[in-house]
Design a protein around this ligand. Structure first.
Ligand SMILES: CC(C)(COP(=O)(O)OP(=O)(O)OC[C@H]1O[C@@H](n2cnc3c(N)ncnc32)[C@H](O)[C@@H]1OP(=O)(O)O)[C@@H](O)C(=O)NCCC(=O)NCCS
Length: 163
């Protein structure tokens, strides 16, 4: 599907409201706090933010990736695809284009709920490996769900020291 008119590009400022709606629809069944249009607008304006949207055949925005990049470290803050567009390669296309934006030696980190088997399958198919666990990271009425921290790329210890 990724070659059937799928465009991957940085989002213009005026789509912040669309991104908030997409994010809410995508994460509705999970114990996530929806991000507001204002939050998206603020995030997209930060110089360290890298964002990509996927649009199929000039229709609605069907996928979104937001990350922050500082030096040789990147963190994927969110990645989601509209329910009707899933399993058609949209997330894979977003991730692929995101990696093309990075310097070759960049280490990319992300958190994913331990029970989000679909996302874990996606990240592992790209070579991400688990490097940590954050107990109760995703709050919820029954005590929260652990996050697994995944990484791809060089190790943090390879980074330049502080100071
Ligand atoms: C996770 C998510 C972004 C995947 O988007 P997608 O566009 O459907 O994913 P793709 O079609 O690009 O799939 C790429 C790979 O991911 C894995 N994958 C995707 N959907 C899967 C499913 N339902 N079951 C198992 N593996 C799946 C597979 O490895 C797949 O490769 P394959 O199709 O060659 O087997 C999407 O399901 C989503 O938005 N989920 C809700 C939000 C979310 O959980 N985001 C991640 C937070 S960390």
């Amino acid at each position: 599907m990724a070659d059937k008119g799928l465009r991957i590009e940085p989002p213009p400022d005026f789509v912040a409201g669309h991104l908030a709606r997409l994010h809410e629809v995508c994460f509705a069944p999970l114990p996530e706090t929806p991000w507001s249009a204002h939050a998206f607008r603020t995030l997209l304006r930060l110089p360290t933010t890298r964002a990509l949207i996927a649009c199929a055949n000039d229709q609605e925005i069907s996928g979104l990736l937001v990350a922050r990049v500082a030096g040789y470290e990147a963190e994927i803050l969110t990645l989601c695809v509209a329910p009707a567009m899933r399993r058609e390669g949209v997330a894979g296309a977003l991730l692929g284009q995101f990696f093309e934006m990075l310097e070759p030696d960049t280490r990319t980190l992300l958190e994913v709920a331990v029970d989000n088997v679909v996302a874990i399958s996606l990240y592992e198919s790209f070579g991400f490996t688990p490097v940590g666990r954050r107990p109760g990271y995703y709050g919820g009425p029954t005590g929260g769900t652990d996050a697994v921290v995944y990484a791809l790329g060089r190790r943090a210890s390879d980074n330049a020291p502080c100071g």
